[in-house]
Design a protein around this ligand. Structure first.
Ligand SMILES: Cc1cc2nc3c(=O)[nH]c(=O)nc-3n(C[C@H](O)[C@H](O)[C@H](O)COP(=O)(O)OP(=O)(O)OC[C@H]3O[C@@H](n4cnc5c(N)ncnc54)[C@H](O)[C@@H]3O)c2cc1C
Length: 371
């Protein structure tokens, strides 16, 4: 059977769309197959940070990968804008994590020193309340201060998804939604993805189906362990701009809404919301910015992160079925540039580079051997 597509990407969330964008841009005819609206979709529920300062503190390969992506994010944003005219809302004014008391401040300083020991480019600044308040008018006089890093930024994740989809289609890519893949068969140098809408043949298959990746990966000889990690977000009415930089848990959008986030919960596949947790998030936000106490909440949601056993991304290729790849992560906004501009080249070469070896699954086997 001759493959109809050079590559099939399973999953049209941020990870699959960024990879498909890159593959199509490199000249490969690419098809996205996506389950559709009933699927779990982290992409539609995230906080929108392009964030470096808390990534890979205990694992330098992840810190470097995050940094590379953040450094090339402007190129991705420009490319999407050139192809589609869509502004994905990317801004890189720096970002901060606020520490409400001295204990948090000391702990953050320690973590950042650790990060800097293997990633010296992360030139963070620990600022006391007074210096932080100069950056953040309205900051409570009662907080201890926080950590500022000039390399952090944010974007509008829904515009990013729309921009990736539209650019992909403008370059000739095809998206087939409401087409959950229920089986994958490998025949010689071709893969067949089976869906209720029919069968699709591709020379490569890339599994980027979020929480659905694990099941599909088994069919092509890969073990991709993922589990859900629920996050809830609150959104206020639109306010006059007051936050000039995004914070790890509070972000003002270009339109003026303030997002307050975002919890980490083990709730299985439950995408419901929990008032005590939302309450805790709101109290902490008001502790940082007292004027938020007089603001109306207009929306709240929860979504499931795609979490690996150690929290770091997984990039894998099948040894049994060369041409089958998998990609999962819980920082699909931050890593979108690496996924769109770098990983497709490796997929085309047919081999993941040694720089990505620490993000393959054999790291779990090594951990078990040491246990
Ligand atoms: C509350 C919260 C806050 C977050 N904040 C940030 C942040 O600030 N910055 C950041 O970088 N990241 C953040 N993230 C993480 C980010 O949203 C995810 O890393 C990213 O969306 C993952 O994209 P994905 O494409 O892998 O998964 P998803 O968005 O879940 O997409 C998976 C896709 O696969 C499809 N699919 C599933 N099974 C099949 C199948 N069998 N066949 C076909 N299609 C299938 C689904 O339809 C879905 O569209 C946050 C996540 C959450 C939940």
């Amino acid at each position: 059977m001759s493959p109809a597509y050079d590559s099939i990407v399973v999953g049209g969330g941020l990870v699959g769309s960024a990879l498909a964008f890159g593959l199509q841009r490199e000249g490969l005819s690419t098809l996205i197959l996506d389950e559709g609206d009933l699927a779990f979709r982290a992409t539609r529920g995230n906080f929108g940070l392009v964030w470096v300062q808390s990534k890979g503190i205990d694992y330098s390969p992840y810190a470097h990968w995050t940094w590379e992506s953040a450094e090339t994010w402007a190129s991705l944003s420009n490319l999407i804008s050139e192809i589609t005219g869509i502004d994905v809302g990317y801004r890189r004014p720096g970002g901060a994590e606020i520490c409400v008391d001295d204990k948090e401040f000391a702990a953050k300083r320690q973590k950042m020193k650790k990060l800097q020991s293997h990633s010296p480019h992360v030139k963070f600044e620990m600022l006391d309340q007074k210096s932080m308040a100069e950056l953040l008018p309205g900051l409570s006089p009662d907080v201890a201060g926080g950590c500022y890093f000039s390399g952090d930024g944010h974007a509008n994740p829904l515009n990013l998804l729309r921009g990736l989809h539209q650019s992909f289609k403008s370059m000739g890519g095809v998206i087939n939604s409401n087409a959950p893949v229920n089986d994958i068969v490998s025949q010689g140098s071709s893969f067949t993805a089976k869906t209720k809408k029919g069968q699709f043949h591709g020379a490569r298959i890339i599994l980027a189906a979020g929480l659905g990746t694990q099941n599909l990966a088994n069919k092509v000889g890969m073990d991709i362990p993922v589990h859900p990690d629920r996050g809830q977000i609150l959104v206020t009415e639109r306010l006059k701009p007051f936050l000039t930089i995004p914070l790890s848990k509070i972000r003002q959008t270009i339109e003026g809404s303030v997002q307050i986030g975002d919890s980490h919960e083990d709730a299985g596949l439950d995408v419901g919301m929990s008032t005590p947790i939302l309450n805790k998030m709101a109290i902490r936000a008001v502790q940082m910015f007292p004027h938020l106490g007089n603001t109306r909440i207009v929306r709240a949601w929860s979504a499931l992160r795609i979490m690996t056993p150690d929290g770091y991304p997984i990039y894998e290729q099948s040894e049994q079925h060369p041409g089958a790849f998998a990609a999962v992560c819980h920082s699909g906004v931050t890593l979108a540039a690496a996924h769109a501009l770098q990983v497709p080249k490796y997929i085309i070469e047919g081999t993941l580079p040694t720089s990505l070896a620490p993000l393959r699954t054999n790291r779990f086997k090594k951990e078990m051997a040491h246990a």
